[in-house]
Design a protein around this ligand. Sequence first.
Ligand code: HEM
Length: 608
Amino acid sequence: MLDILYSLPAYAALGTALLISTYVVYCALLPKPIPGIPYHHASAARILGDAPAMVYHAQKHGTVFDWMAKQADELNSPIFQLFLKPFSRPSVFITDPREAQDILLHRTKEFDRSQFFQDVFGGTVPHCHVIQPTNDKFRKGRRLLADTMATPFLHNVAAPIIHRHALTFLDLWRVKKEAAAGHAFWVADDLSSFALDSIWDVAFGSQLNTLSEQIAFLKGAAKLDRPDTKYDAIHLPKPSPNAAADSMRILTHGLDVAVTSPTPRLSHWLLRMTPSYRRALAYKEWLVQGRLDDAKARLLDKAVSSGSGSGSGSGAGANDDLKGITCTTDHMVRRESQAARKEGRAPQYDSRQAKDELFGFLVGGYDTTATTMMWSIKFLADHPRVQHKLRAVLARRFEPDDGSEAIPTPDQITGSRIPYLDAVVEEVIRCAQTASSATRMTLADNTPLLGRRLPRGVDVYMLSNGPGYMTANDLNETIPESARSPSSRESKGRAVPAWAAAAGEEDDDMAAFRPERWLKTDASARGAEEVFDVRAGPSMQFGAGLRGCFGKRLAYLEIRILIVVLLWSFELQAVPEGLRGYEAFDSLTHKPKKCYAILQEPSRAQSM
Ligand code: HEM
């Protein structure tokens, strides 16, 4: 018997069985393409799929979303699949603006919040509506924040706050301009600080002071070393962040870790185990609780003594409803008080969800807006024509009669219709590419998409940085009408049109920064008025529909205020060649690698 066991045929049989089982396991681990959707065949033959190619690109260039958009050209299709995560379903990508709009606006029963969002935000704000499918928990979260994006709150509460921080930002830049003496200096962190101080104040009604601490630090700094040549940037020192800002930095960095990892949940879990993260989390918890307590003490006592907050006729958005409201936390507390009375239950002001909603508001609105503002500085500096034209328009609108040069007030900025300002803001947002896609997950098997069928649970990325948005639309034009969804076909006539060529040009250079693309002449108005046309062409930086960006209106407000006060106070000069360029790196957002400024006094005479 033993002889048989140790014989050659037995070894051969064992070896063959081992080989076959290894091969079976190997095949089982290989990516499983969704039938009918183009993909790289070489990637399907690798357990790691497309991940090595993507990681290679990311290491070489720092970006991934441009690589994704390039795959549309390589596979010559407006729909394709990539195998990004080992042992997982492929992700599907589409480039067509019209079909993307259709999914986001009309096909909400077939597509919902994606796995991608859960991967990125799940570790940081697990109870925030951001990661929920469109369910009761989502609706409850949204209700808590309701009204913070309504005009009364934005104009009467948020705008003065942002304007105040914008003035402090100008103070910082005045100090830096003096210290830089004509040299370029790094500005990305200043814009981050402005965005953080502003959103913190809007969210919590308290001061983070990162800008003012920098001003004090720079004023007290020893003599600075100037660079040898005018081609180099000056290094301006900055203080270490205060404890609150530092905890924010650590927690928001967690989102970058998740978004850039092929195993986001594991990477974020490991990060959460580190002492620095735990300390930051504990500090944040303490801060948020403190702000909630403060809001309760101010609002609820008042509500009782004044008899308001009864929940009847809350008049969402009415000015009366803003009495005593200084920030988002206040709004949340009032909302919960009203909801609890109406539903006859005890209020849950400090629930896990309430805290995550507040923090989600903050993280959702901080890095995104900061990044867009970083790009705005670059676009404006590189396009002096746009800068001068906008400054002239602003001067005509806001210059006080007394000849003083008082900076426009928040009321003036929010209360004025200025088509060229709207066009510049819109073009900054379009070209910044801060968020290069919207994602949704299929809810059922056999979900139709551009003539193919998708299984349940597939993440669909709707890219907004490639064909139709920033490069020629040819690929999308190959889509037969019959392949589109019924709702897409139905809304054909109402869809946002493809970008048209500029006057005198044959093709539209969609990658070019050209605010005029958002303007049209309204022939019906007296004197054929120039108006802003938000539907001039495709741009999708905020997603769309029910699950589109919640904070879009706040983001517009912040960017608008910054651009007005900045151009009013400074001229942004072109920086030396070596400090220019549009190279970027992708983390949570798509950030510029080089972000410098050289400041000068604006010449209003020249602008006029
Ligand atoms: C330029 C700035 C911003 C950009 C580019 C941006 C971009 C986006 C995008 C692409 C989405 C996903 C949309 C979709 O899937 O359809 C999103 C969602 C979201 N954003 Fe923004 N955002 C910005 C500013 C803000 C601000 C200021 C806030 C809050 C104060 C905010 C809060 C949110 C929230 C809560 C969601 C999740 C919405 C949901 O799940 O239903 N964002 N944002």
